[in-house]
Design a protein around this ligand. Structure first.
Ligand code: ADP
Ligand code: ZN
Length: 368
């Protein structure tokens, strides 16, 4: 059991630690900011990890003297971020007599984190929760920042709350079973932090990225720590996304539209869409005369070398554009994009013409 890195998310009285290490699940007691003894605890997971990591965590909590440990799983996938699953999770919490001492542990990827976090935010008007992210994406992204929520027929993450966890425990051992594509999708979000405002980190990734994806503990822990720290810094400045937090959306205006057009059927993962979206954002920046072409080429080369897609393969461009126009950030045909003056120099651009964006996508599809 070793903690390799830790990050504190500074949010005044709601500050919390992120611990990154090996064997954390089995020795859970030492890593919690509260004593689990005597409490009624809840462990939410999805079917894929119920029998492994959720069980391991529950065993650790029982050993630490918890009065009751209840485990529940939802089907894996975005569809579980629903009213129906929210209701079932809340009923499970209330039926098992949660009280003010209770804590919910959300084990898994972004889906269980978002659903579990939201249930914790509103059960009994809010009980504490602990994030135990087991995907690289969740470790570097959704577990920092306190956004929780579900999807509704009107769109993704339309109902939710900001509810900060009491702690985040990233156990690197859990990544051993994560499918390669899911791992790389998480890597795209790591690279994003270098591209936003840390050119040295991007240079480091250019030489160390292969080791990160080979799960070499020290290098992997360093990459996760840097990503979490950078996100934590941005979130601490702008917890509810009024300004600088928008930079975290680099690659996401394109990415969300590609993802939606592909239909969330597993053919294009979120991180894969972000990888393509970041390359498109750099291409658009070059086109608008903001960014040197060489920087765009480096971004594309590195992401492709890691095994990520860098061009859209979905060919219905009108459908992609329709999703981009439906984005909540559109006014008068102008969309908010995060562009870049170079690697590590991302900026918010409010006045981008959709025609330019469309042209960039079309060219990229044609292999230009
Ligand atoms: P994210 O939004 O973080 O990518 P999801 O909650 O959609 O996460 O999870 C992605 C997929 O990976 C799901 O099918 C989930 O069951 C699976 N999964 C999560 N963690 C692991 C793990 N450590 N090993 C194997 N599969 C995992
Ligand atoms: Zn993202």
């Amino acid at each position: 059991m070793t903690i390799l890195e830790s990050v504190t998310v500074n949010l005044g009285s709601r500050s919390y630690p992120i611990h990154i290490g090996q064997g954390l699940l089995a020795h859970i007691k030492e890593h919690l900011p509260f004593n689990p003894a005597g409490r009624t605890l809840f462990v939410l997971a999805d079917y894929n990890i119920e029998n492994t990591y959720a069980e391991m965590l529950a065993e650790g909590l029982k050993k630490a003297g918890a009065a009751q440990v209840h485990i529940r799983s939802v089907p894996p996938g975005e569809a579980s971020k629903s009213w129906k699953q929210l209701e079932s999770v809340l009923s499970w919490i209330l039926d098992n007599k949660a009280d003010r001492q209770s804590v919910l542990f959300a084990v898994g990827g972004g889906v269980t984190g978002d659903l579990g976090g939201f249930a914790a935010a509103i059960a009994l008007r809010g009980i504490p929760f602990v994030q135990v992210p087991t995907t690289l994406l969740a470790q570097v992204d959704s577990s920092v920042g306190g956004k929780t929520g579900i999807n509704t027929p009107q769109g993704k993450n339309m109902v939710g709350a900001f509810h900060q966890p009491a702690a985040v425990l990233c156990d690197l051992d859990t990544l051993e079973t994560l499918p390669r594509r899911e791992l790389l999708a998480g890597y795209a979000e790591i690279a994003k932090y270098g591209l936003i405002n840390d050119p040295e980190f991007f240079i480091w990734l250019e030489s160390q990225g292969t080791k990160v994806c080979a799960l070499e503990p020290q290098v992997l822990a360093k990459a996760i720590e840097t990503a979490c720290r950078k996100k934590a810094e941005i979130v601490a400045q702008d917890e509810t996304e009024k300004g600088v937090r928008a930079l975290l959306n680099l690659g996401h205006t394109f990415g969300h539209a590609l993802e939606a057009a592909a239909g969330y059927d597993g053919s294009l993962l979120h991180g894969e869409a972000v990888a393509i979206g970041m390359v498109l954002a750099f291409r658009l920046s070059v086109r608008l005369g903001l960014c040197p072409e060489a920087d765009e080429a480096r971004v594309e080369k590195h992401l492709a070398a890691m095994g990520l897609p860098v061009r859209p393969s979905f060919s219905d461009i009108d459908k992609i554009m329709a999703f981009m126009t439906h984005d909540k950030k559109v006014t008068d045909g102008k969309v908010v994009f995060i562009l870049a003056h170079g690697i590590g120099k991302a900026v918010v651009s409010k006045n981008i013409d959709l025609k330019d964006a469309k042209q960039i996508i079309a060219e990229s599809m044609k292999g230009k």
